[in-house]
Write a protein that binds this ligand. Structure first.
Ligand code: BLA
Length: 312
């Protein structure tokens, strides 16, 4: 395995740069998320040794059904990282970044989450260190990871207005420093978004770098179940699903969601969506209906400046 590790860095470089080359983005659109991914990979490599994931062979690049769009996927693992994966989508009308890093179950570090959906006019953005455990009721976990980060969250909360009502479960996956926002497309806004992405990612890398490996079996399985619950939530309810299905068809979209983006949902646990979210069913119909806001909440940012939850 020693010699294998030594052959990997060049491979990594080639993957990243060939992905840059297949970019077909029109020269009029104002954002490309490739530099976000490049930054994250470079920055991660300063801290740890990234190994290409076995998933990379199957998921690298894909064209949309109409041949006009391209999806680029990257996946890695590392000492403390079960899976770092990214997907960018570029079509004539939209740019998407879906970048998530899942720590191994021996660490209770938050899950890094960047989901950006952009069109010529508007942007839907979630950038967060998604807490692994309940931060609304579990103060020790909140204190451990988020207390010192509140100034960072406040800095960007000034620039990016709260994105409005969202599916009420989502808030329990978000931290007090979440950037949940919608904004109009402009070079300035993309600059600030890039700056936020870099700040949040650097902070996350510090958290994982300093995290101490858990040895208590009970705590590890607690972390594992929280990871699985998170995967189950996202694989089932991802608001990008509709877009993905349109681009590459139902079968491929489902495979991409379960095998790459939320890899582990079928392996890391046996509980089902209904086990984890027994009250969700009533909302399912309204969630899928355009414009239905039943089951959605939080018109305004539900945390105060100190990170106290203001919702019910
Ligand atoms: C909308 N995306 C949303 C919304 C949220 C998120 C909260 C608002 C609507 C809602 O609450 O359902 C994102 N929700 C998240 C994230 C978590 C969560 C990151 O719970 C994590 C725990 N978005 C993507 C990708 C695409 C995408 C990959 O991440 C496209 C391929 C598109 N998101 C997208 C679109 C909307 C949206 C089109 C608006 C349409 C809608 O509201 O259904």
């Amino acid at each position: 395995s020693f010699s294998l590790q030594h052959t990997l860095p060049p491979l990594l470089k080639r993957t990243a740069s060939s992905n840059r080359r297949v970019c077909i983005q029109s020269c009029f659109s104002s954002v490309s998320y490739h530099k976000f991914v490049d930054f994250a990979l470079d920055e991660t490599s300063l801290h740890t040794h990234l190994l290409s994931s076995p998933l990379q062979e199957k998921y690298s690049s894909m064209k949309s059904k109409d041949g006009k769009g391209v999806l680029n996927m990257l996946s890695f693992q590392a000492d403390k990282i079960r899976l770092l994966r990214s997907m960018t989508i570029e079509t004539e009308t939209m740019q998407v970044l879906d970048f998530t890093v899942f720590p191994k179950a021996e660490y209770d570090v938050p899950i890094f989450c960047a989901n950006f959906f952009s069109t010529a006019k508007t942007n839907i953005v979630v950038l967060d260190l998604n807490p692994l455990h309940d931060i609304i009721n579990q103060d020790d976990y909140k204190e451990k990871y988020f207390k010192s980060l509140m100034p960072l969250g406040l800095k960007y909360a000034e620039h990016f207005p709260w994105g409005g009502k969202l599916t009420s479960e989502s808030i329990t996956f978000f931290s007090p420093i979440v950037i949940w926002t919608k904004f109009t497309s402009s070079p300035q806004n993309y600059d600030i978004l890039y700056s936020a992405f870099r700040d949040y990612y650097k902070v996350w890398l510090e958290l994982i770098a300093t995290a101490v490996k858990e040895t208590d079996g009970y705590q590890i399985s607690h972390n594992l179940e929280a990871q699985h619950r998170y995967l189950t939530w996202r694989a089932e309810t991802d608001p990008g699903q509709g877009v993905l299905k349109k681009l590459i068809g139902d079968t491929l979209a489902k495979d991409l969601l379960r095998s790459l983006l939320f890899n582990g949902v079928d392996e890391l646990g046996s509980k089902t969506f209904n086990d984890y979210f027994p009250h969700y069913h009533g909302e399912e119909g309204t969630l899928n209906k355009k414009g239905g806001i039943a089951g959605k909440s939080f018109e305004n940012r539900p945390w105060d400046a100190s990170g106290k939850f203001l919702g019910q």
